[in-house]
Design a binder for this molecule. Structure first.
Ligand SMILES: [Zn+2]
Length: 280
């Protein structure tokens, strides 16, 4: 049985046993979306998703992280949560707070920090086994709500997430028929970004990978800021958006209705200009 079929079966058995997951997957069917356009070429989709409130507003400073139980460690996961082993070192889990259809989280077994290191090969192995999915990675200061426990995420493809043609933010596109070449080019990009941000443990970035016409595609979104000033503003100026890979690709997740209703094109341009890092 291929991995995509196993994941469908995992969702159906987990949804029978786990009400939180089932409720939030049902919510996904009626999720409100709104599209903003810049001419014919650029589009951003807003998604109103109240279940993401906890994740979007998560405190990820060192003290808060040390004081909470890691929700990706096996011993702290809900007993009902089952998974599919991957590469003998990861577990594929249903994400109980989905943003995408069949949203899965893929933590390493061991509790080690969110840093890519040499794991692009693992990311591409997962990508080739999931041709209907995008696989994504949020850097520790770029949207990961568990910066202390390494994990990928994945979910079913949507057109808005596959585009690199959005001039409001930077995106480096890697495309190759060979997995090894794609990996090698990625590490060239990584070294280049590292050179530009020498003080960071790894360059600030989000990554999305997927298969397209038998090619390996990697989109790297270089970052310079975790959250825009609007995130911690008070009163009416506040916008609760905490951009990760999907927001950088073009799908903004807004956990609060008031933000979903009022975010306009100027806000999106302003947020991208703060969090994205120009390359040239
Ligand atoms: Zn952990």
């Amino acid at each position: 049985m291929n991995l995509q079929t196993k994941i469908i079966q995992l969702f159906s058995s987990q949804r029978e046993e786990w009400k939180l997951l089932d409720d939030n997957c049902n919510e996904m069917l009626n999720i409100e979306v709104r599209s903003l356009r810049w001419g014919n070429d650029v589009e951003v989709v807003l998604q109103y998703n109240p279940s993401r409130f906890i994740s979007a507003s998560a405190k990820i400073d060192d003290k808060s992280i040390k004081e909470r139980k890691c929700f990706l460690c096996a011993e702290n996961r809900p007993q009902v949560q089952k998974g599919i082993p991957f590469l003998d070192k990861y577990m594929i889990l249903c994400n109980p707070y989905p943003i995408l259809e069949n949203h899965i989280t893929i933590p390493l077994h061991s509790h080690v920090p969110q840093l890519m290191g040499k794991k692009m090969s693992d990311m591409l192995s997962l990508t080739e086994m999931l041709p209907n999915y995008i696989v994504f990675y949020n850097g520790p200061k770029c949207g990961a709500s568990a910066p202390d426990h390494f994990h990928f995420q994945a979910g079913l493809k949507q057109d808005i997430l596959l585009s690199s043609e959005n001039s409001l933010r930077s995106c480096l596109r890697i495309e190759s028929e060979s997995k090894e070449d794609a990996e090698e080019i990625f590490y060239d990009v990584y070294d280049f970004l590292k050179f530009q941000q020498p003080l960071e443990e790894e360059p600030m970035m989000n990554i999305i990978s997927f298969m397209e016409n038998s090619k390996y595609i990697i989109h790297v979104f270089p970052r310079r800021l975790h959250r825009p000033w609007q995130f911690s503003a008070e009163g009416k100026a506040q916008l609760l958006v905490s951009p990760g890979a999907l927001d950088m690709a073009g799908m903004f997740i807004t956990p609060r209705k008031e933000d979903f209703d009022r975010i306009d094109r100027d806000d999106i341009e302003d947020i991208y200009s703060q969090v994205s890092r120009a390359i040239i």
